[in-house]
Design a protein around this ligand. Sequence first.
Ligand code: SF4
Length: 237
Amino acid sequence: MIQNMSEKKVEIAEIFSSLQGEGPRLGEKHLFVRFPACNLHCHYCDEMGHEPVEMDMETLLEKIRAADRQHGPHSFLSLTGGEPLLYTGVIRQMASTLRPEGFKFYLETSGFLVKALDEVLDCVDSISMDVKLPSVTHDRDCLEEHSAFLKASQGKELHVKIVVSTGISREEFFKAVQMIHEINPATPLVLQPITVGGEKYIDNRLFDILTELQSAALGWLENVRIIPRLHKVLGVK
Ligand code: SF4
């Protein structure tokens, strides 16, 4: 359910400072605001299960400012989840106050709620969008929605992330690469080895698949990188 701006209370799973563990901004210091709900059920998900805390908007804003004062400076305020785009009203309210104070907004999204994206596109400075492949997530095919989302995101700093497992379908992968190529072949693509639970390292078989997919995708896209989740490698939050 999408929360709207008139709601007085917001549910937040956690607010924390850490390094950005994924994608091209790997290693930057980010202040994360995690939203609790998601409308997908990726079988490898390790981001759910945080008990949400209900608070009013002023309290949320003050907690963000306090965390930034204590742990900053941060490169970005990262909206993560769950799926932040289920909270567009909250994001707009946060952005209207915090962006004039100097916060830049980084949106981490599963990349298929295009109507919700339209509602907050002017509030975000950088987008990390997933392309979810059913052979990896064991959930539904979202390719058409991903395509619409990627088109709507053009003009923003953006990268696409595909999680790769040993069970990945080459057919699904190449459809996704072709879709990205047709919209913008300069879009950076990150191949992220799957992590399940506390797993820290990838095995040789998965690494071979990642390099095979990278080589093939580089025939279609200009920038394809293999980037594991740094916070899992380091064993930090
Ligand atoms: S989209 Fe992200 S938060 Fe939602 S189930 Fe998948 S991995 Fe978890």
